[in-house]
Design a protein around this ligand. Structure first.
Ligand SMILES: *Cc1c(COP(=O)(O)O)cnc(C)c1O
Length: 431
């Protein structure tokens, strides 16, 4: 694209942007003079949709008015409340409603899904992850390995657990993984891999993985393939069903704007909808709806992703997510992604215009291999550049040892935001 490095050009892109008005539906922090900050951390905590307050207030009012009877008589009855979110959530990740549920939080869901889908046996017990995967995912995976190991020990069997974790590492001198290397690793270890569990978009580098190729390679090796879509949901145009992913989990407070600690999402492929043979940690909310309140002793799980629910869910959190998902439905993931590619390409263009050796973009250049985030490596980093841009009204994110992450989101960031950000960065680098 032939971009121009000027405020007028950025304003012209905004004027031509069919999604531009969505920006007004979000609440921005403002600086001392009442100006909206340059907010580039939708990858960490998305902004509050203006409708959230009304949605949450509805439930507070109904709680006051109906108390326990709100389960059935609230305007949006609490008993089936999670069902009001399923269609829009499924749409965001390219899933069928039967494959989608909102529940718990992300790492908890990864554990619950691994209970069912990480089934080491015989020689097949390895897990493939990214080296430098998000710490919570590493802890979750390692503790699952440990859990199985201790069980074997307790049963007097010393299983083969050496090297049970395969960590994908970029080639020397490279920052991101090559798809050919990922597929080759999966093939080489074929009959020893039980689970491939990757982030859809790496939180640090912003690299988006080829879900389809990885899933295919994993399945050919006889493994289960899951994705952590924390940085992919609401960012990429996902097709979890079509790509035949086995399971996925994501949080909703990043690109999905559902507020701090928001209730998370889960995908379980329709293929597994009736895998009642798999072990699962059960609770009453996963029990067949028709008979749940007969309060029987025996657990009869529902078909599909819903059957993995455990507890009755937090209505106030779901109300916030519901408000946000309605905006996604209205805007459409495909339209958002179309804008996002241009918005991020514009940021990339402006960063390259800055004449300096001090910064380097480590996120892949190929738009297919990234979402909206660009990770900017700062040479001889000492945090001072980051402090300077923060001082100038930018909310971005610093990751040790030397990366600034900037994520212009298509729902509420403008081309002018991106332009202003590049000016701030340039000015701070010149100082
Ligand atoms: C944000 C994020 C998490 C956070 O997990 P919570 O359980 O929501 O605290 C975990 N994994 C990845 C990849 C993330 O990006």
């Amino acid at each position: 694209m032939n971009f121009e490095n000027s405020a007028r050009y950025a304003a012209a892109l905004d004027a031509a942007d069919p999604l531009a008005s969505f920006r007004d539906r979000f609440l921005f922090p403002v600086d001392a003079s009442g100006e909206k900050v340059l907010y580039f951390t939708g990858n960490s905590l998305g902004l509050q949709p203006a409708t959230v307050r009304e949605y949450v207030n509805q439930e507070l009012d109904d709680w006051a008015k109906f108390a326990v009877e709100g389960h059935l008589h609230a305007k949006n009855p609490w008993l089936p409340y999670h069902e009001f979110l399923v269609e829009n959530m499924a749409e965001v990740v390219g899933a069928k409603p039967i494959e989608t549920v909102v529940m718990n939080s992300l790492t908890v869901n990864l554990h619950l899904l691994m209970v069912s889908f990480y089934r080491p046996s015989g020689k097949r017990r390895k897990i493939v992850i990214e080296k430098g995967a998000f710490p919570s995912d590493q802890y979750a995976v390692r503790s699952q390995l440990r859990f199985h190991l201790e069980n074997e020990r307790a049963n007097g069997r010393a299983g083969e657990w050496e090297n049970a974790l395969i960590e994908l590492t970029p080639r020397a001198g490279e920052s991101t993984l090559r798809i050919d290397d990922i597929v080759a690793t999966i093939r080489e270890n074929g009959d020893e891999i039980a689970l491939v569990l990757l982030g859809g978009v790496n939180y640090y580098t912003g690299q988006a993985f080829d879900f389809e190729a990885i899933t295919k390679a994993g399945h050919e090796a006889g493994a289960i393939v899951g994705f952590d879509c924390a940085h992919a949901a609401g960012n990429l145009e996902l097709k979890l069903h079509e790509w035949d992913v086995d399971f996925a989990a994501w949080c909703s407070y990043k690109y999905l704007n559902a507020g701090p600690g928001g209730i998370a999402g889960v995908f379980v492929n329709e293929r597994h909808a009736e895998r009642f043979d798999l072990p699962r940690f059960a609770g009453w909310w996963g029990h067949d709806k028709e008979t749940r309140f007969l309060m029987g002793d025996e657990f009869h799980p529902m078909r599909g992703a819903e059957g993995w629910q455990i507890s009755n869910p937090p209505i106030l959190q779901m109300a916030a997510l519901r408000a946000s998902l309605e905006i996604f439905h209205e805007a459409g993931m495909s339209n958002l992604r179309t804008k996002s590619e241009v918005l991020t390409a514009y940021l990339e263009f402006l960063l390259k215009e800055i004449e300096t050796e001090r910064i380097e973009i480590i996120t892949p250049e190929d738009p297919e291999r990234r979402g909206c985030q660009l990770s900017i490596r700062v040479r001889e980093a000492d945090h001072s550049l980051f402090d300077a841009i923060s001082e100038a009204g930018v909310i971005a994110d610093w990751r040790e040892p030397d990366v600034i992450r900037a994520a212009p989101t298509p729902l509420y960031n403008s081309f002018t935001d991106v332009y202003k950000f590049s000016r701030v960065l340039r000015n701070c680098l010149e100082k």
